[in-house]
Design a protein. Sequence first.
Length: 498
Amino acid sequence: MHEIGHFIGGKHVAGTSGRTANVYNPATGEVQSTVALASVEEIRAAVENAKAAQPKWAATNPQRRARVFFKFVELLNTHMDELATMLSKEHGKTVEDSKGDVIRGLEVCEFVCGIPHLAKGEFTEGAGPAIDMYSIRQPVGIGAGITPFNFPGMIPMWMFAPAIACGNAFILKPSERDPSLPIRLAELMIEAGLPAGILNVVNGDKAAVDAILTDPDIGAISFVGSTPIARYVYGTAAANGKRAQCFGGAKNHMIIMPDADLDQAVNALMGAGYGSAGERCMAISVAVPVGEDTANRLVEKLIPKIESLRIGPYTDDKADMGPVITKDAYNRINGLIDRGVEEGAKLLVDGRGFKLQGYEDGYFVGGSLFDHVTADMDIYKAEIFGPVLSVVRAKNYEDALELPMKHEYGNGVAIYTRDGDAARDFASRVNIGMIGVNVPIPVPLAYHSFGGWKASSFGDLNQHGTDSIKFWTRTKTITARWPSGIKDGAEFVMPTMK
Ligand code: NAD
């Protein structure tokens, strides 16, 4: 069986730890390959390669660094079908959806083509007598990224593109569940002109993550995954003196006001709730209709659409969604549906036991809908991360607003309304990082930044946008006096501009 190794120093390297994990085809449940799980020594080898290559890369002028990304974007476009299919084969999502995954990463690569401008410093002439003051942004040195299974193209690129454009070397530790695409991306970066050793991909599990978190030469760590691990990575990175930004789980609500265009809201809920089998951190998993009449009309329109979802393997180009990632995820999601029934929520569409002919061992969960879910239920509190939508009925706008406000997570939220006053009030008051007004998945574009609040994010700088340039660089401020020969006496008091 094919074993996926690592990509270190510009070359494919076989794993040497003797530990591997299975990589499944989620549509069939078959093991399609294995992936090497790195040891501390293998992480060290990647760091040594990065350390040797980084100074020269940092000294490469920013226009030349940008040119690698211009070329890389071109290569991504040329190889789009191949990349999306490779991704779907391990993740299970439809090929069109996988293209979206790659394209959202590509867009950040386009953004960093502006690195000469983005990383420019600041200069003040005459900050004092014959004194100029300037601030420059220098790379952190070696950055690392630890990424989740659900966006194996987009999230690695969100991290390595700004880090590398800023002059850092990078160690990527992708999800062990779909490791092929990140390695292919590293190959294409080399083809685009990136020197060997600047982008290293090391596969692994907790052992590799712990080696990264404690490695003395890694200066900054970006993590995306579930909240318990995000919290752990943030704490451990900080305890080891590293800069860290760690993005966690989510429970995204959509408020549907009585004046909303209901058909538009229903279509939005279908795509945002069931697209990618609900395995998106910006998926909508809670619908909050305001008023009984809105709730009744919403549910009535949702049921037939959920029942007629087309579920299939990635090879079915008409499928709306595919399987979930693993048998564990399948069991967890079905278990949570059982739990919702026990808790007294009304299961209007039951996706348990869904079987696809010819794919009986695949991890398919049918689209599911719960009504009359309340804030004290486990299915409301937990991130289900599957094709399960919960309807929580709210009496009025204030009750609806209170739900996302009081929820542990704070990634994304949406409001559907024709009332600009309500929309503006909502966007201003809600304690969530990314807000959609009549937009169901408000993932900001590359030149804005992405990040949640509360238990969805630890650290203070977001992904992409100008935040990413700040995260992957350190500021140095220089105060210089020219001409140097000005004669004045010793000053014992704190210099001020008084
Ligand atoms: P996960 O937390 O299981 O894994 C993420 C990464 O952490 C992987 O690389 C994995 O190998 C590593 N890891 C797993 N267990 C670890 C441990 N005990 N110690 C150290 N490292 C460990 O997450 P996942 O299942 O791959 O991804 C789904 C989760 O990611 C969901 O919670 C989803 O909401 C979240 N997510 C968040 C965002 C965001 O931007 N906020 C984006 C995408 C996904």
